[in-house]
Design a protein around this ligand. Structure first.
Ligand code: ATP
Ligand code: ZN
Length: 294
């Protein structure tokens, strides 16, 4: 902890993560990739990082926004869907790019669904009454909302509701319950949330953690690339993959050729590879990056 100043060493940031469920693994993995090390497993209620002033509290995801508002936890990792639904005094610090799913309206497969007006006068079962009410209001639909806490997808089958609004990722749960997705209400991913007024010392620790998380996220979106090219192709290839500042160029033993090293964005990666091949690039190697700090 030599890097942190004295004041910070006496402070600790408590981060609430899901005890078990779909966000648990991704949350721990992200913190580990940010170089936090934890000494024990998730069977306990809390665990301290051995090399960073962070303590994890393991809780049900639904309870996390309240604990963060109350200051029992300073920060938390929840689905954006839960963050929005709970309407607690939390701020969204960063999107985390895992736990990607959507909250959708689904109706029995036998329904001939044409548009959202179908929901007028219907009953919708959901665990997300706030989000659904907001969506219905925005679309001028008058429908009943029946709040249930689990197994929402069975509601139409047992006559509890005409439709549901629930989390969908692949749609296989809907399918096996005879339902079909008809409207996407919200797209969601895991988010880092924090309490409204952290002390300066806690905020400073959280900022350090956020800096690491961003380095990990940038690294995931980029690849290190090495290639050989004729010298005259260096300039046009540099325009395609300028890298963080500019590429590294090393002469090859073979006359008139160079090795070029740079960083390439994952999103338009294949397109760029095609362009570079057309310029004479060969022997292209692509390597994952662990951390990336601009
Ligand atoms: P808990 O016991 O903590 O209350 P839970 O049953 O409410 O857990 P999970 O099913 O583990 O919750 O889902 C937690 C969060 O993970 C959801 O709020 C959502 O943001 C996200 N999520 C849910 N289902 C999926 C999915 N199929 N794919 C990706 N992310 C999902
Ligand atoms: Zn839950």
């Amino acid at each position: 902890m030599a890097m942190l100043n004295d004041k910070m060493e006496t402070e600790i940031v408590r981060i609430a993560v899901q005890k078990s469920g779909r966000l648990q693994e991704g949350s721990i993995q992200l913190l580990k990739e940010s170089s936090l090390r934890f000494s024990n497993g998730k069977d306990q209620l809390k665990t301290k990082a051995v090399n960073f002033p962070v303590e994890l509290l393991f809780l049900r995801d639904d309870d996390i926004p309240q604990y963060v508002e109350d200051g029992v936890a300073d920060a938390g990792i929840v689905g954006e869907n839960v963050f929005i639904e709970k309407q607690k005094n939390n701020k969204l610090v960063n999107r985390l790019n895992f736990g990607i799913c959507r909250l959708s309206l689904a109706v029995p497969r036998s329904v001939e669904y044409t548009n959202i007006q179908w929901f007028n006068g219907k009953n919708i079962a959901t665990s997300y009454p706030f989000i659904v009410r907001q969506f219905l209001e925005q679309n001028n639909i008058q429908a009943g909302i029946h709040e249930i806490s689990g197994s929402v997808e069975i509601a139409p089958g047992i006559g509890l509701a005409d439709a549901i609004c629930d989390i969908v990722s692949t749609g296989s749960t809907l399918l096996s319950n005879g339902l079909k997705e008809v409207e996407v209400v919200l797209r969601s991913e895991a988010v880092l949330i924090a309490g409204p007024d952290l002390s300066a010392a806690k905020q400073s620790i959280l900022d350090k953690l956020l800096f690491r998380i961003e380095a990990v996220q940038k690294a995931k979106n980029n690849k290190y690339i090495l290639l050989n090219c004729p010298n005259e192709a260096i300039e046009p290839i540099t325009r395609i993959i300028p890298g963080m500042k500019s590429p590294t160029i090393l002469p090859l033993a073979k006359k008139g050729w160079s090795s070029l090293h740079s960083v390439v964005d994952e999103n338009d990666f294949w397109e760029k590879i095609d362009q570079m091949k057309a310029l004479g690039a060969e022997g292209i190697l692509v390597i994952p990056i662990e951390k990336m700090i601009l």
